[in-house]
Design a protein around this ligand. Structure first.
Ligand code: AOF
Ligand code: ZN
Length: 345
């Protein structure tokens, strides 16, 4: 594999990422086709249920008789199954494609290596693992979902410079500023679900939608074990699908679904299993401390995003203790600082 192969795959990854708001629960996939070092076709999976990246890229090639001499760069193993669309591996073989580069094998049990097998059996040269880490990062939610059978968990909180996330009395506190807020709304469009605990729902009456960014609002999830939250909270306004995990009631009421779970110490496990069954691939956990600590104690998390403001509170609700983790990113957001950590493997 050459440096040029990397460039083309980078381009395919860039294209794939354009699908962030529209492909889930399908992965983001991009495809680039080159002939004698020149890109002659590009495509990405644009819409859940719509054509796959390879089909769009091949259809973009004007002179299809060139395809047997082309190199195809696809960020994910071409599929082998009849889903909403026919198998991409067969499609590529039918077009006489001979040389294929792939970042990652597809963890979906319907594919799981069968696409590569088909291509090899048809005599294609298949190079697997080009920019593998970038491919895994791009579809981290999809990979976690299929490999661990749980959604990808992002824990998020905003803390003061002296480590508090709320006033001692529970009165509302704006910890971080306007830029941080906008970014959080962007994050809300990127995840399939968003979760808060009872006290946060009560104290902040959050809307949990994406008002400051374009894109879908996530499914709302609240834990309300004894159903003590009042019906006039935004959470219950029926504007978005909302799951209420509790110990008492199992019922659908329009967009609200009350999901009864057993009282158990491993609460998060039960909830995550239920979310897996609902094909929810990612959850942004927005607080409060009790809920964040549930996930931290159970070691059930993938990423931690902390917004740290310069203000000092001197007293209040103490921020969760961040476990040892890899610092992936730091960024200034006006006065605030963003820190992103990932679990160490
Ligand atoms: C590819 N190229 O662009 C994508 C793939 O229901 P379907 O037919 O859309 O199939 C969805 C599954 O296909 C998805 O879970 C994943 O395994 C694979 N996605 N494969 O060759 C693509 N999006
Ligand atoms: Zn496909």
């Amino acid at each position: 594999m050459t440096i040029a192969d990397e460039w083309y795959m980078r381009r395919a990854l860039e294209l794939a990422a354009l699908g962030i708001h529209t492909t889930r629960p399908n992965p983001m996939v991009g495809c680039v086709i080159t002939h004698k070092g020149k890109i002659i076709g590009e495509g990405w999976h644009q819409q859940y249920g719509g054509p796959h990246a390879e089909v769009i890229a091949v259809n973009a090639v004007v002179d299809k008789s060139l395809l047997p001499q082309c190199k195809i760069y696809v960020t994910l193993e071409p599929c082998s199954h009849f889903g909403k669309t026919p198998p991409c591996a067969d499609f590529l073989i039918q077009h006489g494609v001979k040389s294929i580069f792939i970042c990652n094998t597809d963890p979906n049990p319907l594919v799981a290596g069968r696409g590569i097998r088909k291509l090899l059996d048809a005599g294609c040269e298949v190079h697997v693992g080009l920019l593998e880490a970038a491919g895994l990062e791009l579809n981290k939610r999809f990979f976690k979902f299929h490999q661990v059978k749980q959604p990808y968990i992002i824990l998020k909180w905003a803390e003061t410079a002296d480590g508090f996330i709320a006033h001692p009395t529970g009165e509302p506190l704006a910890v971080s500023g306007a830029l941080a807020k906008k970014l959080v709304h962007k994050w809300r469009t990127e995840e399939q679900a968003i979760m808060v605990g009872t006290r946060t729902a009560l104290a902040d009456n959050p809307q949990l939608n994406a008002r400051e960014w374009t894109g879908n609002s996530p499914v709302r999830i609240v834990i309300d074990k004894t159903l003590r939250l009042p019906a006039n909270l935004y959470l219950f306004d029926q504007t978005q699908p909302t799951l209420i995990y509790n110990y008492q009631r199992q019922e659908q009421d329009g967009n609200l679904e009350y999901v009864k779970i057993e009282a158990a110490p491993d609460l998060t496990e039960h909830i995550l299993l239920d979310l897996y069954r609902r094909s929810i691939q990612s959850v942004l956990v927005e607080g409060g401390t009790t809920l964040l600590n549930y996930f931290l104690t159970a070691n059930n998390w993938d990423e931690i995003r902390i917004l740290r403001s310069p203000q000092r509170l001197n007293a209040g609700v103490i921020a969760p203790v961040k476990p040892f983790a890899n610092l992936m990113q730091t960024r200034a957001l006006g006065e605030d600082q963003l820190l992103i950590f990932k679990k160490t493997n």
